[in-house]
Design a protein around this ligand. Structure first.
Ligand code: PRP
Length: 221
């Protein structure tokens, strides 16, 4: 019987580029994907019987849960926010950043009390889980879709829950980290049925990726 394709969904952007570089180091490349002008969304490696496609990051766990992709590579922020039934199997170590509560320095005081505060975020589930379950506070959570740092500046919210990488967006807008929620990085996720049906193939692939990451870490030190 002809070997089936193993399908990998990648979160569009920097994560996808770093993921493909990693796949290349373990001998799996996809030349057509390197063409910067292409509008194609799905790419294949016929020899390895693998397909890669690019999706918006919040959609990656969805493709994987439904089995449209066997494997996904996406940030831990998206995995936590989407809360899909998928296996999280490997921390790739890149795309490192932090999910934080941020705001003007004066807002730190508000976080200490059971006061009614407003929190703006692109990640309402993560924000709610943190405030309700960790801090035992019940703020009003306002969902936004980007440029979250604007919210406390224009008075939409007291604080924000957002990703901090270098910290420069906060700094340039007079805001700072008030509390850290969780460290983040790129993760490999797997469809639960694929993990059973194609166990050997998927396990070998994950092992190769993990070994490559470990080797790179040794070389760094
Ligand atoms: C993300 C995040 C912060 C910024 C943090 O936004 O939401 O705004 O990056 O990075 P820094 O700490 O290195 O400054 P992104 O650029 O993805 O766009 P968005 O604001 O539209 O979500």
């Amino acid at each position: 019987m002809e070997k089936e394709y193993l399908t990998v969904a990648l979160a569009k952007g920097r994560l996808a580029r770093q993921s493909m570089e990693l796949f290349q180091t373990i001998g799996i490349d996809c030349k057509e994907m390197q063409d910067k002008n292409t509008r194609k969304l799905i790419f294949s490696n016929e020899e390895k019987k693998m397909r890669f496609f690019l999706a918006k990051s919040p959609d990656v766990p969805t493709y994987v849960e439904y089995g449209a992709a066997d494997i996904g590579i996406v940030g831990e922020d998206t995995i936590l926010e989407e809360a899909r039934n998928i296996y999280e199997v490997l921390d790739l170590g890149f795309g490192r950043c932090r999910m934080c509560v941020c705001g003007p320095a004066e807002a730190k005081e508000l976080l200490l009390h059971q006061r009614q505060i407003r929190v703006a975020s692109k990640y309402p589930k993560i924000a709610k889980d943190y405030f309700y379950n960790v801090k035992h506070q019940t703020p009003e959570i306002i969902k936004l879709n980007g440029s979250i740092e604007l919210a406390p500046i224009v008075g939409l919210s007291d604080v924000i829950v957002d990703i901090v990488e270098t910290g420069s967006t906060l700094k340039e807008n007079g805001l700072s980290v008030l509390e850290e929620i969780v460290p983040l990085s790129a993760r490999v996720v797997v469809n639960q049925v694929s993990m059973k049906m194609q166990n050997e193939r998927i396990t070998n692939l994950i092992r190769s990726l993990a070994e490559q990451i470990a080797d790179e870490k040794i070389q760094e030190n």
